[in-house]
Design a protein around this ligand. Sequence first.
Ligand SMILES: NC(=O)c1ccc[n+]([C@@H]2O[C@H](COP(=O)([O-])OP(=O)(O)OC[C@H]3O[C@@H](n4cnc5c(N)ncnc54)[C@H](OP(=O)(O)O)[C@@H]3O)[C@@H](O)[C@H]2O)c1
Length: 273
Amino acid sequence: MGYQLKDRVVFITGASGGIGRACAVEYHRAGCRVVATARSYDKLAELSHELGEDRVFPIQLDVTDADQRAAALQKAREHFGGIDVLVNNAGGGSSVKGGIGGLEETTPEGFDAVYQLNVRVPFFTAQAAARVMAARGGGAICNIVSIDGVFPAPGEGLYGSAKAALVSLTSTLAIELGRHNIRVNAVAPSLIDTKLVARHLATDDQRTDRASFFPINRVGTAEDIAGAVIYLCSDEAGWTSGETLLVAGGQKAASDAIRWLRRVNPVPDGAKF
Ligand SMILES: NC(=O)c1ccc[n+]([C@@H]2O[C@H](COP(=O)([O-])OP(=O)(O)OC[C@H]3O[C@@H](n4cnc5c(N)ncnc54)[C@H](OP(=O)(O)O)[C@@H]3O)[C@@H](O)[C@H]2O)c1
């Protein structure tokens, strides 16, 4: 059975690559109309050309710019007549120095930039999109958080805490928006093979080492996450709201059994986490 999503209008942030792009491709496959946004307009235009310009509308958007966000949401409404689904995907550690790392590496500027991108932006994007959805009788929002926002992330505590804030907001927004027939959920990926984490997967040894942390002995793909996002925003998940779904190759189940996994999954000599 395919998901009930045909002709829905889906607004995705960070759709030029990685998880956001995979979501755009899968929503398009499900018969949706997609508003693909990111800073790299050329990549969005390419995607639109590849999938069909009548169904995929590219908009250049730096999500950290509030005026650009408002303009993009307005353009999406004018182009497709509304918004039914929001995927708050753009996020990550910041390119601002001091935005990723442990206690010693973190700077005030990095702190603000990480909270801006991962908390403030998805919160206010959800607020604006929810107004449009409420006027249409309902909708669905999916926030892309991280396993680091659910379990402690030593060395990346700032990023993890920002994602944890978004996990919390997922619950409160679900409560506040339920009366407008808007569901709010989150997907928390573990290690997904995208540009964001390329430095951790640069060599075969690193890949084998990282894969061994998952009972399904591989790292995740952007499509693994897109599948979960599409389900949560479909009518088939119509009574699911306020949830954070870990999509992590069985890592949660294995968290207490890591030594056992180290025995059954091969780890190359000299590889270290
Ligand atoms: N990969 C993982 O292992 C992993 C694990 C847990 C959670 N996540 C989360 O998953 C989400 C997507 O990550 P990814 O792995 O797909 O990363 P990615 O491959 O680096 O893609 C990030 C996307 O976000 C866009 N973006 C970044 N900053 C932006 C901004 N200021 N305005 C608009 N768009 C922006 C980028 O496009 P432009 O550069 O063109 O703007 C790109 O399309 C993030 O929220 C991340 O925290 C990823």
